[in-house]
Design a protein around this ligand. Structure first.
Ligand code: GAR
Length: 200
């Protein structure tokens, strides 16, 4: 069986990338990570990819041909599915329209709360604590031209504790939600890609 080829886009620590790497062959059966692309040359995620023997690329955001370069790498590697795993740059409508239902993202809140432009990383958890919500969580969704606005694939709730700081909450949302949800959602999408190929 030909697996769906996955490119994972990262910017930082890469714990979600690690969850995907660890899920290969178990939870993630219909997809294989063929490339990891970082917009940050210092991202620890790149080390994780190298340790797993996965091809890595650095494409700095902010340069005019940033998205052209991304598309080129995706093309070169025959990528079927793009996973944003802690990728801190917003992709343009011109880019996302080329990959309908072929880009997924993990976001550390229950969308539509605490999402969209300006809500990323620790900021999401700071906002949730400031608002005083009692339940937060994580969402995996398809990526379209609206930041955090594409169709939701999966969500998992996480309770907020009285003494939570943004850091403790971020860690618990990752452990209890993101690291489980993302590999499962990746498998569901990869499976549908493999299936549609067979039928097509
Ligand atoms: C994760 O919590 C991810 O959901 C979030 O950044 C963190 C990256 O951690 N992503 C966003 O906020 C995107 N809007 P990681 O690099 O260890 O996977």
């Amino acid at each position: 069986m030909l697996k769906a080829k996955i490119a994972v886009l990262v910017s930082g620590g890469g714990t979600n990338l690690q969850a995907l790497i660890d899920a290969q062959g178990t939870v993630l059966k219909n997809g294989e990570i063929a490339a990891v692309i970082s917009n940050n040359p210092g991202a620890f995620a790149l080390k994780r990819a190298e340790n797993a023997g996965i091809k890595t690329y650095v494409v700095k955001s902010g340069v005019p041909d940033f998205e052209d370069r991304l598309s080129q790498i995706i093309e070169e590697n025959g990528i079927d599915l793009i996973i944003l795993a802690g990728f801190m740059s917003i992709l343009s409508a011109d880019f996302t329209k080329n990959y309908p239902e072929r880009i997924i993202n993990v976001h550390p809140s229950l969308i539509p709360s605490f999402c969209g432009k300006g809500f990323y990383g620790l900021r999401v958890h700071e906002a949730a604590l400031q608002y005083g919500v009692k339940v937060t969580g994580a969402t995996v969704h398809f990526v379209n031209e609206v930041p955090d606005g594409g169709r939701i694939i999966a969500q998992k709730a996480v309770n907020i504790r009285k003494n939570d700081t943004p850091e403790t909450l971020q860690r618990r949302v990752m452990e209890q939600a993101e690291w489980k949800l993302l590999p499962k959602a990746a498998e569901a999408v990869a499976k549908s890609i493999v299936r549609s190929r067979k039928n097509g």
